[in-house]
Write a protein that binds this ligand. Structure first.
Ligand SMILES: Nc1nc2c(ncn2[C@@H]2O[C@H](COP(=O)(O)OP(=O)(O)OP(=O)(O)O)[C@@H](O)[C@H]2O)c(=O)[nH]1
Ligand SMILES: [Mg+2]
Length: 358
């Protein structure tokens, strides 16, 4: 017996889209057990009536929320009120072509716990997007990949078109901010096997976009919130604490060597020695404290070499800035060194988190 698939479709004023949508989903999934769960936020354009009439002919379940609004919470409402073992989420505006639903279902049947329809795997893409929209979309993906490295398992966690096994996520644990829900499902759920299938993101032909400028700000808030909930923020703060101890080692040694160590005329060597010493103390602390839980399966030597290499480049930034500020701008040496340390710090955190302890 095939498992039931619940296709959750949030709608807000999509009257002209839901008839072709439901027809195309039903055709694509003929041969499967499925239900189409339309979660509407009290649309004023007649979407509700159209959905009700579709229910006579197709396995459509209409949920209308009268006191709440929002795409992400509508999806959660659908997850809580659907009956399928497999849950698929897609937009109503036909930008997500229903014809690839069988590919998504097959990915799950072939062992994936969650599968994303992806614009960024071979065969995928977008139709007629301008450069700016492409860049915003790619930029948002990059932000999530860098700030939430566990999202890197998916090249396109942003498409909004995905399927997962319902048992792998507790909908009560989903607390989205703003618009995006797939990223949160991926990070808060427990998914061992992840798959992506290509699709072309179509243009909207009917109805209006609900995207607003505020969406981007909400997205950043959401990423920050997910950083807090997944432990990323804690690691970042620990890395800062370790970094601060490194500043003391770095500046302290520089001060000792230039003031009492006979390197007064060789301050550039004092900087180098300060950097080397702080790399080693920082590595020890990060490996045993900041990223203690991320060491599994990686060799100690590998981690040490990667950390060193990353920090040497970071130190290059620090050293270059030190020379620039002292020699060109005539800034006080301790301050010049500090400016370099801050710039190097950001480089060090993100490269090490995404490489050394990924
Ligand atoms: N229930 C519910 N659905 C919503 C809400 N906002 C948007 N939607 C639905 O969510 C889906 C995606 O919304 P869109 O406005 O198409 O967002 P988008 O695809 O990122 O933007 P465009 O490319 O401009 O269309 C559509 O099916 C909308 O009808 C909402 O507040 N409540
Ligand atoms: Mg859309």
């Amino acid at each position: 017996m095939k498992e039931t698939i619940s296709v959750i479709v949030p709608t807000y004023n999509e009257k002209d889209n839901i008839v072709p949508l439901v027809e195309r989903i039903s055709k694509a999934l003929s041969g499967y057990n499925f239900e189409i769960v339309i979660v509407d936020d009290n649309s004023s354009d007649g979407t509700i009536d159209v959905a009700n009439s579709l229910a006579a002919k197709y396995p459509v379940k209409l949920l209308v929320r009268r006191n709440e609004k929002g795409l992400a919470t509508a999806v959660i409402h659908g997850i809580k009120n659907c009956s399928g073992k497999y849950v698929c989420v897609m937009d109503a505006d036909l930008q997500h072509p229903p014809e690839i639903l069988p590919d998504l279902v097959k990915a799950i049947e072939n062992g994936a716990d969650i599968a994303f329809a992806s614009r960024y795997v071979p065969g995928g893409g977008v139709k007629d997007w301008g450069l700016v929209r492409r860049m915003i979309s790619k930029g948002a993906t990059k932000v999530s990949h860098v700030l939430l490295p566990s999202s890197r398992r998916v090249k396109d966690p942003m498409s909004g078109f995905f399927i997962f096994k319902r048992e792998n996520v507790d909908p009560d644990k989903l607390k989205p901010i703003g618009y995006k829900i797939a990223l949160e499902v991926l990070l808060i759920g427990h998914f061992e096997h992840v798959a992506e299938v290509p699709f072309i993101f179509e243009d909207r032909t009917a109805g209006k976009s609900k995207l607003r400028a505020k969406t981007q700000i909400d997205y950043l808030k959401h990423v920050f919130n997910l950083m807090a909930r997944t432990g990323e923020l804690a690691m970042f703060i620990k890395f800062i604490a370790v970094g601060l101890s490194g500043v003391i080692v770095n500046e302290g040694l520089y001060w000792l060597l230039t003031r009492y160590g006979g390197l007064a005329d060789y301050d550039y060597w004092a900087v180098v020695i300060g950097i080397e010493a702080s790399i080693l103390t920082n590595f020890t602390l990060n490996d045993t404290f900041t990223f203690a839980r991320r060491r599994a399966g990686k060799s100690f030597i590998g981690r040490l070499l990667k950390f060193n290499l990353t920090c040497v480049v970071g130190a290059g930034v620090q050293w270059g800035l030190f020379m620039l500020f002292t020699r060109v701008f005539g800034v006080y040496d301790l301050l010049s060194n500090f400016i370099g340390i801050v710039a190097g710090f950001l480089w060090n955190y993100f490269v090490n988190r995404n490489w050394t302890w990924k």
